[in-house]
Design a protein around this ligand. Structure first.
Ligand SMILES: [Zn+2]
Length: 165
């Protein structure tokens, strides 16, 4: 089947609309995909902007970053206060009950926990503490682990340095 003016016009139209050569061949009927491609070249139509390419990049661009839901965030609000969450000192067992409770503990009172935090008898030391969260006695106990930590990290540093000496 030859290329009549009518069929050429239809070919041009379909090509501009972005149909593929095989789609156009089907629409025209009686021609092969290769015949369409050959005609397109002869007509100088091959330089059309293929609409499929920009469409693909548009598809890629809006790919949303996966939103990570944080279900644990609201939970934090109902966690016990940081005062109670403080590490329980090892020496509390043999101590007399303190003078302060969660409700009466003030800014300059020793926040050393005494007793089992889950019991009603749980108290805080409550003695005067001017510089820091604890009274002098409890401060000396509280900061002991920190000092031994420093010692061990110093020992670790020395050990790691030995490897390079
Ligand atoms: Zn105290």
């Amino acid at each position: 089947m030859g290329w009549t003016d009518e069929r050429v016009e239809l070919l041009k139209k379909l090509w501009q609309e972005g149909l593929s050569a095989s789609q156009i061949a089907k629409q025209l009927g009686g021609v092969t995909r290769n015949a369409v491609i050959g005609k397109v070249h002869r007509l100088g139509l091959s330089g059309r902007a293929t609409p499929s390419k920009p469409a693909r990049t548009v598809f890629k661009a809006p790919r949303p970053a996966r939103t990570v839901s944080a279900p644990s965030a609201p939970r934090r609000l109902i966690e016990p206060s940081s005062m109670i969450a403080q590490p329980t000192p090892v020496r509390y067992v043999d101590e007399a009950p303190g003078t302060a409770t969660v409700l009466t503990l003030g800014a300059h009172m020793c926040k050393w926990p005494i007793g089992d935090p889950s019991l009603d008898s749980f108290t805080f030391c409550g003695r005067r503490s001017d510089d820091g969260p604890y009274c002098d006695e409890h401060a000396s106990v509280a900061y002991q682990p920190v000092q031994s930590k420093k010692k061990s990290s110093a020992a670790e540093l020395a050990r790691s340095l030995r490897r390079y000496l």
